[in-house]
Ligand binder design. Structure first.
Ligand code: ADP
Length: 163
């Protein structure tokens, strides 16, 4: 059984993430999307909300399961008996960071490979951070995140502005 772990903040999941997931699920028997819980970082959506959004929008990909974790990624990957970490690559700017991380993870756990999937051109500029910036300022994010995520973002921004 080939298992891949796709780690990230997914705050929130975008169509760029979904594209990587759909393509990764063709290479593995199971793909675990793992939301990184860093207690030092306060996200826009809570970890529970991010997991719920991911569960909702990956329903159509039966090989995908959603989880969250704290601590060292490699400890988590080994605990799940996974063989690979999956990462998406957008621009050259992602490369430096990703290479450092992949090499460090390889040092910690040489039996686990990091697999990179290049973003499809239409989502190359897309990040959760940009999505939030645009949505908070009232711009359209139509077509960049699933409809369900778009609605939750709008609701959250409305509630934050009320409070
Ligand atoms: P971000 O906040 O930048 O969206 P995440 O930590 O949520 O980043 O991303 C998790 C993984 O998904 C990373 O490997 C990241 O490079 C990748 N990723 C993020 N956005 C895209 C995209 N638009 N296309 C391809 N891969 C992406």
């Amino acid at each position: 059984m080939k298992i891949g772990v796709y780690p990230g903040s997914f705050d929130p999941v975008t169509n760029g993430h979904l594209d990587i997931l759909e393509r990764a699920s063709k290479l593995f028997d199971q793909v675990i999307v793992a939301v990184i819980h860093n207690p030092q970082k306060k996200g826009f959506f809570s970890i529970e909300e991010r997991v719920a959004l991911l569960e909702e929008v990956t329903r159509h990909i039966p090989k995908v399961t959603v989880d969250s974790f704290t601590g060292l990624l490699m400890d988590y990957v080994v605990s799940k008996k996974a063989q690979a970490v999956i990462r998406g690559l957008r621009a050259v700017s992602d490369f430096d960071y990703e290479m450092q991380m992949a090499l460090m993870n390889n040092k910690l756990c040489p039996s686990v490979e990091t697999i990179f999937i290049i973003s499809c051109p239409q989502y190359i500029y897309l990040s959760s951070t940009k999505i939030k910036e645009v949505a908070i300022l009232g711009g359209s994010i139509n077509g960049l995140v699933p409809k369900h995520v778009e609605q939750k973002l709008i609701d959250k921004i409305r509630n934050t502005n009320k409070g």
